[in-house]
Design a protein around this ligand. Structure first.
Ligand code: AMP
Ligand code: MG
Length: 349
């Protein structure tokens, strides 16, 4: 750990320590209260009469894992089923692509594929998607365009979905003309949207975060008090562990596959990382090209390696992690100060 920390500059290191102390004390307070409460109610104490249940499945092009504790098999499998279904539901709503879990998406109306196939005319869309687009527009403005959901056509040229390729310069310049969150017009109260012709929306920077929040909400409503959802770079800790201890979540080292940058202790917290190591390819010249794009150039953002955002909402942490990644290690930490409910870890080599 000492060695890993030396790689960060002094300001970030103290900031990091700040996070850890803050996070830990808040997490421990919550867990102590939960622990006392459980001790009062059950003489068995501490939720130890709960059984662990877990599931792995593939959605949103990501391996998702859910671990939870429930008092019986019926509740355990119901909770896993409902949370898994929620990921598929949100994938169908937000994906740009057809995939096994979103096979009939193209035929459905009101979802993202429908919007992208109907640019240039006002269409009615799913109210939940309308809400998501309106949040994304606000975040587009807030981040001065660093977070931009209109980069679909640029992402298509890079084609990271199928391993990636460097786009033709002229083609890239042409599609860049058809980007910009201001090309998305939302008609208030009637769930209608108008996207300028040829603009392609891509919600890849927030869909997993949103789905993670929604799945956690479903678990909560079913009475689950202890769960851990891991959707690739998006982790959510629901409550603490049944022992009363906070969950421990490792932040991957972006350059050393089997090492962690830090182990965080967390309860009721989202931990989201955007990194250049998550989806990328290396060119013949040895240059690494990754999937988080600078909306101004249409090329991968070059100012960051890995950015982690820790806070109450996985949806917003996901948006912020992508935006901060684009802003980079110099501008990003300053901008993040506007959102004190979120803590950040910027990795520097
Ligand atoms: P994340 O891993 O959450 O940072 O999201 C990266 C994904 O979001 C990419 O695979 C693209 O689909 C999309 N994306 C890339 N660059 C941006 C950007 N600047 N703003 C919004 N979405 C982006
Ligand atoms: Mg993101």
């Amino acid at each position: 750990m000492e060695f890993k920390m030396r790689r960060l500059n002094i300001r970030q290191l103290s900031f990091k320590l700040g996070i850890k102390i803050l996070n830990k004390s808040r997490a421990i307070n919550k867990c102590l209260i939960a622990l006392l409460f459980v001790l009062l109610i059950f003489s068995g104490g501490c939720g130890l009469n709960l059984k662990p249940y877990s599931r792995e499945f593939f959605a949103m092009d990501t391996l998702i894992t859910i671990e939870l504790y429930a008092k019986n098999d019926a509740l355990g499998s119901l909770a896993l089923n409902k949370a898994e279904e929620e990921f598929y539901r949100i994938a169908r709503l937000t994906t740009r692509f057809s995939s096994p879990d979103t096979a009939n998406t193209k035929e459905e109306t009101g979802n993202l594929q429908f919007i992208n196939a109907n640019t240039g005319r006002e269409v009615e869309i799913d109210p939940e998607l309308w809400y998501l687009l309106s949040r994304c527009r606000i975040w587009g403005e807030r981040t001065n365009g660093a977070f931009d959901i209109s980069l679909g056509a640029v992402s298509d040229l890079w084609d990271f979905q199928h391993g990636g390729q460097i786009p033709d310069k002229e083609e890239l310049a042409e599609v860049l003309e058809k980007t910009g969150f201001e090309k998305v017009f939302l008609v208030r109260d009637v769930n209608r949207v108008l996207i300028e012709p040829g603009v392609s929306l891509d919600l890849g920077a927030m869909a997993k975060g949103y789905a993670t929040d929604k799945a956690a909400q479903i678990l909560r409503e079913l009475g689950i008090k202890h769960a851990l959802i891991n959707a690739g770079g998006n982790v959510y800790t629901l409550g603490c562990q049944p022992t009363g201890e906070p969950w421990r979540v490792g932040i991957k080292h972006p350059r050393k596959a089997d090492e962690y940058l830090e182990i965080l202790e967390a309860a009721d917290t989202a931990i989201v990382t955007s990194g250049d190591y998550q989806r990328n390819f290396i060119s013949d010249e040895g240059i690494l090209y990754h999937h988080i794009l600078n909306p101004e150039t249409g090329f991968p953002a070059t100012e960051s390696i890995s950015v982690t955002v820790i806070g109450p909402s996985s949806f917003e942490a996901d948006i912020l992690s992508t935006a901060l990644f684009v802003m980079g290690n110099k501008k990003g930490p300053e901008f993040a100060k506007n959102f004190p409910q979120f803590k950040t870890i910027f990795y520097e080599e």
